[in-house]
Design a protein around this ligand. Structure first.
Ligand code: AR6
Length: 174
């Protein structure tokens, strides 16, 4: 048991099935959909999500934007854009940290109590999984230390490799 055990959860599966106040989408700067988790969220939410995204006009890397969840069990989608991994010397860690922070700030602003994150940038954008997991967990813990919202953050891992990486870091209370 550590002090985060009630506020951080780990789940292996599909983020589109999460019944939470908001799921985070690992989008691209256009916010007009794509593959991976972005494609899955748009498929499950239905075409009205894309209609709302079109009105937003994109999102810079490291920032976040909120929409409704439409046909998803989640009430909202927080769209953020992680960096494409280009060797690590192009500000990628800072940009990934900003993607998590911006999502958490936006969640807090909208009174979101339960928030589910996918493993941003670790798929098509190729950010190394260990480094991304460590950075994600550290950023979330530091935010939760200073804020009462969101009450709970769920890390949703779709692939087993990420799941076991997260499990080790969370249990070892880094
Ligand atoms: N539920 C939870 N996690 C998932 C799901 C799902 N249904 N599907 C995939 N993942 P990726 P990125 C995991 O590639 O690297 C899109 O085209 C996946 O196993 O979705 O940030 C966007 O439009 C991986 O661990 O996002 C961008 O162009 C994690 O989600 C680009 O991909 C992130 O993989 C963003 O790339």
């Amino acid at each position: 048991m550590n002090k985060y055990s009630k506020r951080i959860e780990l789940f292996m599966g599909d983020i589109t099935e999460q019944k939470v106040d908001a799921v985070v989408n690992a989008a691209n700067t256009s916010l007009l959909g794509g593959g991976g988790v972005d494609g899955a969220i748009h498929d499950a939410a239905g075409p009205a999500l894309l209609d709302e995204c079109r009105t937003i006009g994109g999102c810079p890397v490291g920032a976040a934007r909120i929409t409704k969840g439409y046909q998803l069990p989640a009430k909202h989608v927080i769209h953020t854009v992680g960096p494409v991994w280009r060797g690590g010397e192009h500000g990628e860690p800072e940009l990934l940290r900003n993607a998590y922070k911006s999502s958490l700030e936006l969640a807090k602003k909208h009174g979101i109590k339960t928030l589910a994150f996918p493993n941003i940038s670790t798929g098509i954008y190729r950010f190394p999984k260990h480094r991304a997991a460590r950075l994600a967990i550290e950023t979330v813990k530091s935010f939760l230390d200073r804020n009462s919202l969101p009450k709970k953050v769920i890390f949703v891992c779709y692939d087993e490799e990420n799941y076991y990486i997260y499990k080790e870091y969370i249990e070892s209370n880094l």
